[in-house]
Structure formats: structure tokens, C-alpha cells
Design a protein around this ligand. Structure first.
Ligand SMILES: NC(=O)C1=CN([C@@H]2O[C@H](COP(=O)(O)OP(=O)(O)OC[C@H]3O[C@@H](n4cnc5c(N)ncnc54)[C@H](OP(=O)(O)O)[C@@H]3O)[C@@H](O)[C@H]2O)C=CC1
Ligand SMILES: CC(=O)C(=O)O
Ligand SMILES: [Mg+2]
Length: 751
């Protein structure tokens, strides 16, 4: 079994910070003035109430019902953990809610209902109907889940969808369509063994049979073995429907010569011996969570011809319902569906299977750090594929419309697909791309400030996330003590601690430093002190000598001071072409601001350099650069001496033949707002600028910090560019996550 890339405490901390749990609620309307209050609440709120009372359909217009799904569980079959109860299931349900938001912009709330009685459960859910556009039932054990879902579907006029049943079945079907495509077999001919006759198992087999699998070719097993005709022990009506006419009694016997194994049972239920006896090119979907029935390593060890999938994200071929429910509900909500029917499920499965067979665009490859192409290790799209959101819901919506499920059909399908494309926050995929590139680079990262707890957490996270090796500069005993104090004693053995006392390179470092500084007033004693006592200088020396691929520092000292120290080892002066670029992420927008670190008062030539560096960073991040030189005037008005260098900088670039758009001078609102740009039809910008070159370091700092404090923007940087090696300088208020982000920037050398 591959070791998870996180520890128990990582998982607990993830749920504890920044606030307990995984989501919170935000208002979408202004709530500042007396007027806001009287519109949002009494008396203004009475008007939409009256309208909805007259025309219930208007609830989709005047409330959040139409984009709100409840994830509801009683905690009786939580992943493969079993019946752990409603309260303990809450982390999974909160997780499902945030997946809805992240992947399909569906608002979702988790509700845990503390009863195992189907009647009580149904009553509770049915009465909640008016609040939601759909109900996602989750992790409710069989056979109660069948009764519950059936009854709620009859009683409610919105989609009720038990994801463990149908979500799993849809993804399993999509994966199987493609796995059989590769193994050259037909669904009508294959012998299928399915282990786990619960919610997921029954639904998977039902869907596959409706797609052509033959009843006589399918054997279903549970904890008692094969479900055969005439068996009485541990049976129910749903299992009986799939009872096979067979002499086999155990899973092992059933697997003999089988073409397909589908597991929705429990960890380790399948042995290598069972897999060994399967037919040529066997298909093995070991979908139990969190641990599969058999690992891909174990299966491949005995059958190199096997096509293997699991429910996990850390192996290729993740057959997990996360690929389905966000898009099924997106499509259903967008037609104000009454239900999610079989046609919509099959449309989803076919669309997913088709997408995996298509050429994978570079943006997906970039997000995964490797090129994916249809084959044994890529039979199903990956969950972070940005095409899913605009490719799958239209199929679901159309199938719903064709089968009379839509209260409000979509008229302009093309427009709908376009609206889905811009619906998701593009910054997420950009950050993911950078993350994946860092992972592919496997850089050894030097964390200079090993005495700082935030830095230690970031170093541990860097290494445990599989991004590469983390070297921490500090004293061994102090690092060990600090890690233990923050509840990470396991990390002591994982991290390599480096210092002047334990390196064999100190003399080499000192000689190098003396050569650089001997004519700048430093004697040998100063050099010794700098190299062996100053961790910023020591870390920079390691980097300069190739004893690490990048470095992160600055969490404990002011960045100007750190930059001064780094200049002892590297050439990072304004005259050397060094530039600091800060990345501001807010409400789905990404804007780079420069120079936030190096040039105090740049002239027009420096500003042109800064523009080029900024454009370079933008390109590295996967953006097409559009540079604006900012001022408080736009194209010469109001006239001001201070704006001169900003339009002159654009003229300097004219002479450099650069291959990106730039324009200036202009105010920041003109730069960022294409509507405002319409007043200047001669402008060379074809859209909102994404690289803002500001007149001086103070204006850079003010704008970045204002965005951070007032708007709550995420800021990465300043990213130091134009220096020989990847060095990133964090700010002293950085969190461990900010420091990790800087390490990731250094690792994929965006500077
Ligand atoms: N990859 C994915 O997307 C999904 C994976 N799953 C996974 O599938 C599993 C089952 O979930 P769900 O259907 O909701 O749960 P249920 O409780 O409804 O059903 C579990 C079924 O598995 C059977 N079972 C349990 N252990 C074994 C075993 N060792 N050998 C054979 N059969 C066994 C049970 O048998 P019996 O009837 O005899 O008690 C029962 O039929 C879980 O691990 C879950 O995480 C579920 C949904 C989605
Ligand atoms: C993925 C999922 O829903 C489960 O394992 O239960
Ligand atoms: Mg589940």
C-alpha cells in the first residue's frame, strides 16, 4: 500500500484550521446600510415572499433554492468505515459539500440526521424539500437506503439522488465502457463478479445490466460469499434480484475465469491468488474507500495485463463518484429538474467515457504534471480536469429536457456551455498547475529559517506533499524540540537539518564569500561570522553551490534586510535586473503587481525591465500577459510630471520589440475594467490587464497590502525574479501555507 502523503495530525489540522470544519456561509448581497437591512429583511423581504406564495416556481429566482443541494446522511455506511453514526459522519458530508462547490459551483449544506429508522429519516428529509433544489443522500447503508430513496423520490418534487448508489454506478459504467474498449471485449459477453451487495453494488450491477451486461454472466457476492439462487442467509429482495444460477459459493471460485471484478465492499477483500485466475486482460475496479479491495501494486504483481482502477486519488484511474455528482446536479439544477432519471445518469456516464478518449489538452497535462493519454492508466477523466464543468452538465441537462424532467428548459445550449466555462474560479486551476509542475520538478528546497514554527510546518508539508526534499537550516536539537512541541514528532526523522557545524562545505562557502566581499570591506572574520552564523547567507551559499535547487526565507526578518544579506551571495540588485512580483488572487481574478521588492523609485528603463519580468512570471503561471503601466492619470490627463515616466516606459518597450501587450499610462480602474477601456479605442490592450507595473515600491506595497487587508485577497509573493537561482522571500506575516506557496513558486522556478 502506498503511504498516504499526509499524517494523522495533518488530517486533523486540516480540519481544525483556519476554523473548525471545512466551510462557512457568506452573504451575496450588501448588508451595510439601513436600506440594505430593510430590503434583505423586513419589510422588503415580504415582497418576494408574496410573489413565491402566488407562483412557487419563482423560488428559483428569488431564493438560493435553485443552486442549493443538501448532502444528507445518517452515518450508517460511511465510506468503508461502516456504521459510525450521524455525528461522526459529518466530516465526510462537509467534504462532499465543498466538493459540490469546488467542482461545479453548487452551494451545498450537510445535514446529519440521527436516526436509523427509515420512516423518521424520510419524514425529516421530506419536510425540508422547499429549501433545496436537490437532495444528495450519502453513506446510508443497504437495504434501508433503497427504501428511503424510493420513498423520497415519490414524495418530493426535486431530484433525490443517493450518490453511493447511482453516482458510483455512473462512474463505474463510464470506466468500464473504456476499460472494455481497451481490452477489446463487449459488455454483452463479459463475465462480471461484483463484491459488495450494498448501496453501491446493487446500483452498479443494475446499471450495467441496463447497458447490456447479461444476468447469467454476473455473479454478486457479499460477506457470506456468492449470492446464488436459493440462498437464504443474509438475503433481501434487492440481493435476490441478482441471485445467480451457479455452483460457485465463494468469491475465489467466482473469480475463476472472470473478465471483470468490481469491488464496493471492504479493504483487502481480494487476494492476488484470486486475480491470478481471472481471464486475460482482466478489469479490476477495487473501489472500496478509503482502502481498496486490492492495491494496484498487488494486482499488477500477479497480472501485468490487468486494467486496474481504485476509488483513491493517489493511483491512476480514480473511479470515484466525485467525477459525477457535481456535474449531474449542475445539469439538473440548471433545468430546475424534478428528478435525476436514468437517461440523465447514462448521459453522464457516456459523456465521461467519451471525454477520457479525447486528446488531453495541455492545460490538463499542466495541472497533472504529466501528459495523459487514453490507455490502461487513463480510462477515466481526472477529477481536476477543467473540461468536466462545461462538458458534462450540458449532456445531463439535455437528457433531462428530452425526458420531460425540466421545469425550465435551457433554450440556448451554446450559451449555457459558455456560461459554464466562466463559472469556475480560474485561479484554482492556475494554482493547481503550478503545484503539479513543482511536484514534477522534485526540487530540493532549502528552508532558511528552521527556528520558526511556520517555516517548519511548511517544510514538513512540502516534503509530505511529495513536492521534493526539504532541507531545513537550523540546529538539530532545536528543530526536533520545535517539531515535537507542535505535535509533529514523526517529522523529526523525516526532515534533514543542515547547519554550519554539520556541513562538510563550510570552507568552500567561506572561500566563495571572501572572493565576493573582500573588496567590499569584509575581512575573513566577518566572512566566518556571515557564513556560519547568518542562516540567510548560509542558505544562499548552499544554493549557490548546488546543495539545493531553491530557497525560501524572509519569514522572520524584513524583506529589504533579507535581500541585502542575499546580495552577499547573489547579484540581486536593481542594476542586476532583479524584480519582485506579487501575485494577487481575488474573486476568481489573478493580477500581478510589480515591482514590490527591489526597485525603490524605478526610471522608465527600469519600468520597462519590470514589465518584461512581470510578463515572464505571468507566462510561467500559464497566463497571457497584458501589461498596464499605472498612474493616477490616463493617457496624459490630468497632466502631471509624476506620470511622465509611466508613459515613457511604454515608449521604451516600443523599441524593444517585446511579444506581449502593454499600454500606459492609465489608472488602475481602466487597466482592470474592459468597459472603462472602451473610452480609449486606440488602446493596445485587448482586455483587462493582468500585469500592473506601478510607479514605485511604496505604491506597490500600498496596493498589495490594501487588497490583502480590505478585500481579503490572497497574495503570493513577492516572487523574486531575475536572479540566477530560485530564491523566494516571504513576508514576516506569512502563514505556513504562504511559505509553502513560496516554496512551490521556487520549486517550479516561476521567477
Ligand atoms: N469509489 C466510489 O466512488 C465509492 C465507493 N464506495 C465504497 O464501497 C463500499 C460499500 O459502500 P456502500 O455500498 O455504501 O455500503 P453498504 O453498507 O450499503 O454495503 C456494503 C456491502 O458490502 C458487503 N461487504 C462488506 N465487507 C465485505 C467483504 N469483506 N466481502 C464481501 N462483501 C463485503 C456487505 O455485505 P453484507 O450484505 O453481507 O453485509 C454489503 O453488501 C465502501 O467501502 C465505500 O467506501 C461506495 C460508494 C462510492
Ligand atoms: C466515495 C464515496 O461516496 C464512498 O466511498 O462512500
Ligand atoms: Mg459515499
Amino acid at each position: 500500500m502506498t503511504k498516504p502523503r499526509f499524517s494523522r495530525e495533518d488530517a486533523l489540522n486540516f480540519h481544525l484550521e483556519p476554523s473548525p470544519g471545512k466551510w462557512e456561509i457568506q452573504a451575496t448581497v450588501p448588508m451595510t446600510t439601513q436600506r440594505d437591512l430593510s430590503l434583505a429583511y423586513s419589510p422588503g423581504v415580504a415582497i418576494p415572499c408574496e410573489e413565491i406564495a402566488k407562483t412557487p416556481e419563482l423560488a428559483y429566482d428569488y431564493t438560493n433554492k435553485g443552486n442549493l443541494v443538501a448532502v444528507i446522511s445518517n452515518g450508517t455506511a460511511v465510506l468503508g468505515l461502516g456504521n459510525i453514526g450521524a455525528l461522526a459522519s459529518k466530516p465526510v458530508m462537509e467534504g462532499k459539500s465543498v466538493l459540490f462547490k469546488r467542482f461545479a459551483d453548487v452551494n451545498s449544506i450537510d445535514l446529519e440526521i440521527d436516526t436509523e429508522d427509515p420512516d423518521a429519516f424520510c419524514n425529516a428529509v421530506r419536510l425540508l424539500g422547499p429549501s433545496f433544489g436537490g437532495i444528495n443522500l450519502e453513506d446510508i447503508k443497504a437495504p434501508e437506503c433503497f427504501i428511503i430513496e424510493q420513498r423520497l423520490k415519490e414524495e418530493m418534487d426535486i431530484p433525490v439522488f443517493h450518490d453511493d448508489q447511482h453516482g458510483t454506478a455512473v462512474i463505474c459504467a463510464a470506466g468500464l465502457i473504456n476499460a472494455l474498449h481497451i481490452s477489446g471485449k463487449k459488455i454483452e459477453d463479459v463475465r462480471i463478479v461484483l463484491n459488495g451487495a450494498g448501496a453501491a453494488g446493487i446500483a452498479c450491477l443494475e446499471l450495467l445490466k441496463s447497458m447490456g451486461a447479461k444476468h447469467d454472466n454476473c455473479i454478486m457476492c457479499d460477506t457470506k460469499g456468492v449470492i446464488y439462487q436459493g440462498r437464504t442467509e443474509g438475503m433481501n429482495q434487492w440481493k435476490s434480484a441478482h441471485a445467480a444460477q451457479t455452483d460457485t459459493r465463494t468469491l475465489a471460485e467466482a473469480m475463476d475465469g472472470a473478465d471483470v471484478f468490481l469491488g464496493v465492499s471492504a479493504k483487502g477483500a481480494v487476494t492476488p491468488e484470486m486475480v491470478e485466475r481471472m481471464a486475460p486482460n482482466p478489469v479490476i475496479f477495487a473501489m472500496a474507500n478509503p482502502d481498496p479491495e486490492i492495491t494496484p501494486e498487488e494486482a499488477h504483481a500477479v497480472r501485468s495485463d490487468a486494467i486496474v482502477a481504485t476509488g483513491r486519488s493517489d493511483y491512476p484511474n480514480q473511479v470515484n463518484n466525485v467525477l459525477g455528482f457535481p456535474y449531474l446536479f449542475r445539469g439538473a439544477l440548471d433545468i430546475h429538474a424534478r428528478a435525476i432519471n436514468d437517461a440523465m445518469k447514462i448521459a453522464c456516464a457516456e459523456a465521461l467515457a467519451e471525454l477520457a478518449r479525447e486528446d488531453v489538452p495541455d492545460e490538463v497535462a499542466m495541472a497533472y504534471g504529466r501528459k495523459l493519454s487514453f490507455g490502461r492508466d487513463y480510462i477515466i477523466p481526472t477529477p481536476f480536469d477543467p473540461r468536466l464543468i462545461h462538458r458534462i452538465p450540458p449532456y445531463v441537462a439535455r437528457a433531462g429536457m428530452d425526458t420531460d424532467m425540466a421545469r425550465r428548459p435551457i433554450i440556448d445550449m451554446e450559451g449555457y456551455e459558455e456560461s459554464l466555462k466562466v463559472r469556475m474560479d480560474p485561479t484554482a486551476s492556475i494554482l493547481r498547475g503550478i503545484h503539479a509542475r513543482a511536484r514534477a520538478a522534485q526540487s530540493t528546497m532549502i528552508f532558511a529559517e528552521g527556528d520558526d514554527l511556520r517555516v517548519l510546518r511548511a517544510a514538513v508539508a512540502y516534503q509530505r506533499s511529495g513536492l521534493g526534499k526539504a532541507l531545513v537550516v537550523g540546529r538539530e536539537a532545536e528543530v526536533a524540540e520545535a517539531l515535537t512541541a507542535i505535535g509533529m514528532p514523526d517529522a523529526v526523522a523525516e526532515l534533514e537539518v543542515v547547519n554550519a557545524a554539520n556541513t562538510e562545505h563550510l570552507e568552500t562557502y567561506k572561500t566563495f564569500l571572501y572572493e565576493r566581499l573582500q573588496r567590499k570591506g569584509h575581512d575573513r572574520q566577518d566572512i566566518h561570522r556571515l557564513a556560519s552564523r547568518d542562516r540567510h547567507v548560509f542558505a544562499a551559499l548552499m544554493l549557490a553551490h548546488g546543495h539545493g535547487d531553491g530557497m525560501v526565507t524572509g519569514a522572520t526578518r524584513k524583506s529589504a534586510h533579507v535581500l541585502e544579506l542575499l546580495n552577499h551571495v547573489f547579484d540581486a540588485q536593481p542594476s542586476d535586473g532583479a524584480v519582485g512580483v506579487s501575485v494577487v488572487l481575488h474573486k476568481g481574478r489573478i493580477v500581478l503587481i510589480a515591482d514590490t521588492l527591489v526597485h525603490e523609485w524605478p526610471d522608465e528603463n527600469d519600468l520597462a525591465d519590470i514589465a518584461e519580468r512581470g510578463a515572464g512570471v505571468a507566462r510561467h503561471m500559464g497566463l497571457t500577459p497584458r501589461v498596464a503601466f499605472l498612474s493616477f492619470s490616463t493617457f496624459g490627463y490630468p497632466v502631471s510630471e509624476r506620470a511622465t515616466k509611466m508613459y515613457e516606459a511604454a515608449a521604451v518597450l516600443d523599441g524593444r520589440n517585446v511579444d506581449f501587450e502593454y499600454e500606459g499610462e492609465m489608472t488602475v480602474d481602466v487597466a482592470l475594467n474592459p468597459k472603462a477601456q472602451e473610452h480609449y479605442p486606440f488602446s493596445r490592450l485587448t482586455g483587462a490587464a493582468n500585469v500592473l507595473v506601478v510607479p514605485a515600491r511604496h505604491s506597490a506595497s500600498i496596493s498589495v497590502k490594501l487588497m490583502q487587508e480590505m478585500a481579503g485577497a490572497t497574495v503570493i509573493g513577492p516572487i523574486l525574479t531575475g536572479v540566477d537561482k530560485p530564491i523566494q522571500i516571504c513576508s514576516s506575516v506569512s502563514t505556513s501555507n504562504d511559505i509553502l506557496n513560496m516554496a512551490i513558486m521556487a520549486a517550479c522556478n516561476v521567477g
